[in-house]
Design a protein around this ligand. Sequence first.
Ligand code: SF4
Length: 502
Amino acid sequence: MTSTELERLTPAPPPGELVDSPRFQVSARTSLTNTQQRANLKHATTTIRNKRARVVGEVADWQALRTAGEQIKNRVGRHLDEYLLEFEKNFTEAGGIVHWARDAEEANRIVIDLVEQTGEKEVVKVKSMVTQEIDMNEALEAARIAAWETDLAELIVQLGHDRPSHIVVPALHRNRAEVREIFLREMGRYGTPPPDGLDDTPVNLAGAARRHLREKFLRAKTSTSGANFLVAETGSLVVVESEGNGRMCLTLPQTLISVVGIEKIVPTFQDLEVFLQLLPRSSTGERMNPYTSIWTGVSKDDGPQAVHVVLVDNGRTNVLSDPIGRAALRCIRCSACLNICPVYERVGGHAYGSVYSGPIGAILTPQLRGLASDVDRSLPFASSLCGACNEVCPVRIPITDLLVHMRHKVVEAKKSDPPHIPHTAEPQLMSIASWVMADGKHLAWAGKGTALVDLILGKGFKVKKFGPMPYPLSRWTDARDVPMMPEQSFRTWWKKNRGELA
Ligand code: SF4
């Protein structure tokens, strides 16, 4: 790879740039105006959602499987330290090398050092969420090492100088015509160009990607990956994927560096039986994954002869210390909650300002990153709390409970009043609401007060509901109608029909 190729690899800041993103409510408004993206999202999420429902309906003991997944992951949370050490021992005995990384900086430093030790200037890469979480590609580029994405959707995102918008299908926001245009414009700049006359049929687009990637697979001496699971009992890593690119990255190069979040542990090999049923059905609506690769250390003369795993914390032990919030660590990144979420379907992944988008992103990101930024404090509010995500989550994460829990934390953070958090009238309004709701007499007085407002504003002017109102009330009424009070309160009705209140 020439230095010019490397220069070009560094993407220009895309529209969905995650660093310094505006808070969710602002970026969601911008996303909503992108009608092409909305159409792409609706089509893609509806297709995956329906496929999932079909294959999940075939499994008689689906609910029992979900409970098993939940309980295995809960056990992992309770004994994480022991399982990690067991994994380290078994992986090391099998010839692999384990590295521990407290945070993103440490993880990237380890990966860069390992690649530099090989003398290589490029790596091929299996799709991995944790490497996006720690911005590994950017760190490698800064060290003048190119990281080539080999998953088709990740390739589209990388060539388009874009950011992933979905956990499993990162280019979900793009349609075929856009993909063709990206391939024609960018592919030749980084390697094998697309064939002449490329059209936008899926088979031809996939063929162009295959030709482009083959050259990189055959040339690369080093690869990086994540892992869906780490098996403590055997010291094995597991990657599930659909395209075979992962299998190429895990077997062809001489050195393999796997970067994995510490929560990916499962205790025993038999536990995979549960997750290898839950994951493909929940994620892509398939009965089983086309490719499941399991590797345990080094096999002489077969596959990579140097195998490293970098175990990354990066905020996970903080999440584990929260008895309610820790349920988010059960997540197996299937994306079923994204595909069913009415908010995600309309705004897409970039609006969340995080590599983890949708309902899981709204709870996991502020837990991992903390509540210091505007965008992270806004994420727990990126939901209508409809609860559809709770129903589909294969490990039964009570996502809406966690959203409310995180909202509470945001309110508490605001109360502590750091100067950079803007003041709003919300705490005062909530104090008034709390006073009203706390006592039946207060509620009765409030009922009389609202009846008076109703009489003056509603009946007097024959108004049925409040429409748009001046600022600051417009912040509520611009998007919602506020109905008028009913003819009479429940108390009045009771008094009239049943006599005095007890
Ligand atoms: S929270 Fe549940 S549904 Fe959402 S990605 Fe994680 S495992 Fe899948």
